[in-house]
Design a binder for this molecule. Structure first.
Ligand code: GRF
Length: 189
């Protein structure tokens, strides 16, 4: 699992009982503490640059190396703040999952909640999808709508969305992993 934020989505994934080999973080963050408390190995692949000189491909290779060391089958992003380069897709195409705090294809990008609020929509939500090279693209696995209420701030709206993500994402990841397991064992053939 990959995370950069407060780690509440990560916590929900771990509490759901999903088998987590390692949590990779790109900075010091709450998610790191969540993983430590749960006794899950944490690897901080520190991102030292946020400017145009950031070597995204080299950074991605470092993340890939950590995930390979832990024999990861599926990569689950839980609020990871760095867009990864092609090598993650070379290795785990179709097996990188993400949750996004809007109803894709609306409001892509890092400021999805702000953008929905600014647009004045009355309904937004969250989307669980397979991540591809294009940010916030890829096949949609699950979506749920969340109302925007009068007086909402980015914080109140995001919290309402995250409340849904904490339920929807673990279940969707579980179903995805179970389907992979069934395919691997040839069940249902
Ligand atoms: C979630 O809303 C997720 O969709 C977004 O980042 C947020 C992570 O929340 N990509 P938290 O740090 O786990 O509380």
């Amino acid at each position: 699992m990959l995370a950069s934020g407060t780690g509440t989505i990560l916590e929900a994934l771990i509490e759901h009982g999903l088998p987590v080999e390692v949590v990779v973080v790109d900075r010091a963050c709450g998610a790191e503490k969540v993983a430590e408390r749960a006794g899950v190995p944490v690897a901080r692949v520190e991102r030292t640059r946020f400017d145009a000189g950031f070597d995204r491909d080299a950074y991605t290779d470092e993340v890939v190396a950590v995930l390979e060391r832990h024999h990861s089958d599926v990569v689950v992003m839980a609020g990871f703040g760095t867009v990864l380069g092609p090598s993650i897709q070379d290795r785990w195409a179709g097996r990188v999952l993400n949750t996004h705090p809007a109803l894709l294809p609306s409001f892509k990008g890092w400021h999805a909640v702000d953008a929905a609020l600014a647009a004045g929509v009355k309904v937004t939500g969250c989307t669980v999808h397979v991540a591809t090279l294009e940010v916030d693209e890829g096949p949609i696995l699950a979506q749920e709508a969340v109302p925007v209420l009068d007086g909402d701030t980015v914080e109140t709206l995001h919290e309402r969305i995250k409340h849904v993500e904490r339920r929807l994402y673990p279940r969707t990841v579980r179903a995805f992993v179970d389907a992979l397991d069934r395919a691997a064992t040839g069940e249902g053939e």
